[in-house]
Ligand binder design. Structure first.
Ligand code: EPZ
Length: 421
């Protein structure tokens, strides 16, 4: 367990290079289970969640090698187990993403029911509804859930998702690629990470159309080969550093970004008065060119404003002129950072899924705690702007999802120390 000591810093300046996306690489790694051939994945961020996924895949029979820094190969000649171990699944909810590939390749998958987390119950009913629609029998036994394909394997069908769940869309897509016949996923998630997964699966020989829209068509094939793929840049990491530039009134170049994935964040920061230059694969964020004022945020599935940027954006809104509102519609309990920001002097009122943030807070350093990955990032941003030193505990939440997080901040002039307990 470690702590960060975040000193008042800024204005941040210089260049930060964005890593491969955590929320893309995890499904890509799970998809490699679908072929007995070698898959090579580049721009893999060095994160605890990636290490957890490696452990899970290895326990199922995959052989994973570090080809070079940030590049891994995955070969699953044979799947030796169709059951993900409790202790591994318990560490990371995204483990559920091995369910679709196991079912597709071996006709069976047994998983401990993933627990909820700080931001919500995070059920998997939509995952199971989709797998059942493909002909799998779903059996609950104690704290486990098992999916079994019938003798003839999975059969394509049309599935309507009551909510455009990212994970459910990914799991169903990975199950459907080897099913008999055609599958349509309606009201599918449209996130860039879904498109990245579909592109990888199509390189393996799948026949997927419509990824990135609300209807995805998957024509089942008999076999998938290995493929090489580069993970898309992490839009949430990019958004976090855009906000670091804004909250410190700095001037930061964000390289290896995909501006098209960042439209809601660009639009909202511009509404606040932040100047943003957009290049092909970079952004320049100028928080140093004039006054900044309040705006209103409502999180929605992509292409709406991303829920993962809600807490870092709220930290920023405490420092601008005027009152802002933030409405969180994706997760039922994603205001855990509010109490911690209040400890630092922010004035935030919440009622249900709505928060009202008064601006011009005189933030001051104190002891706070990270409650989830993005809430932890929000506290780092607030600490940069606060007077004095902010001590952040439970930083394992942060380090599971941001590669070289404080090294990148130090590269922009932030003063952050890491203390191991
Ligand atoms: C993915 O989680 C991301 N994680 C999350 O990022 C992200 O916040 C989320 O998508 C939304 O964009 C990964 O990709 C590994 P969902 P996921 O299924 O797939 C409800 C981060 O910080 N739901 O789209 O779990 C669910 O409870 C993490 O990087 C059901 O009701 O998100 C939630 O309220 C946090 N039944 C909503 O849908 C289901 O079967 C969105 O969940 C599935 C989901």
């Amino acid at each position: 367990m470690g702590k960060y000591l975040v000193h008042h810093s800024g204005p941040l300046s210089g260049e930060v290079v964005i890593s491969g996306a955590k929320n893309a690489v995890l499904p890509l790694m799970a998809a490699a289970l679908l072929s007995e051939d070698k898959c090579v994945i580049r721009d893999v961020p060095q994160l605890r969640d990636v290490a957890f996924m490696k452990e899970i895949l290895t326990s199922l029979g995959a052989e994973i090698e570090e080809v070079e820094e940030n590049t891994i190969s995955i070969v699953t000649e044979d799947i030796v187990s169709t059951e993900a171990q409790f202790d591994l699944v318990n560490k990371m909810r995204a483990s559920i993403l091995v369910m679709g590939p196991l079912l597709a390749r071996k006709g069976r998958a047994r998983m401990p029911l993933p627990g909820g987390c700080a931001i919500g119950a995070r059920p998997i009913d939509l995952h199971l509804k989709g797998l059942e629609a493909l002909g799998a029998e779903i059996i609950f036994k104690d704290t486990y859930v098992e999916a079994r394909a019938g003798g003839q394997g999975l059969i394509g069908d049309t599935i309507y998702l009551d909510f455009p769940s990212v994970g459910a869309t990914e799991n169903i897509m990975m199950a459907a690629v080897l099913a008999e016949g055609v599958t349509f996923i309606e009201n599918a998630a449209e996130e860039p990470e879904i498109v990245d997964l579909a592109n990888f699966l199509n390189k393996m020989g799948a026949r997927i159309k419509g990824a990135g829209t609300d209807t995805i068509k998957i024509e089942g094939v008999k076999h998938l080969s290995g493929a090489k793929h580069t993970v898309i840049p992490d839009r949430i990491e990019a958004g976090t550093f855009m906000l670091a530039a804004a909250i410190t009134r700095g001037n930061v170049r964000i390289s290896n970004a995909v501006p098209d994935h960042l439209k809601p964040i660009i639009a909202k920061l511009r509404e606040c008065g932040v100047r943003i230059e957009v290049g092909d694969e970079y952004l320049i964020v100028r928080g140093d060119l004039g006054p900044q004022s309040a705006t209103d945020i409502k999180t929605l599935p992509y292409p709406g404003f991303p829920t993962d940027i809600q807490s870092p954006f709220m930290a920023y809104l405490t420092t601008v002129e005027g009152a802002s509102t933030v409405i969180e519609t994706v997760f039922e309990n994603r205001f855990m950072h509010v109490s911690q920001l209040r400890k630092m002097g922010a004035s935030i009122e919440t009622a249900g899924n709505k928060a009202i943030i008064k601006g011009n807070a005189s933030l001051r350093g104190t002891q706070v705690m990270a409650t989830d990955l993005r809430a932890g990032a929000a506290l780092v941003l607030a600490g940069l702007a606060a007077e004095g030193v902010t001590e952040i505990s439970e930083i394992y939440h942060i380090e599971r999802g941001y590669e070289k997080f404080i090294e990148k901040f130090r590269g922009l002039g932030a003063v952050i120390e890491r203390i191991d307990d």
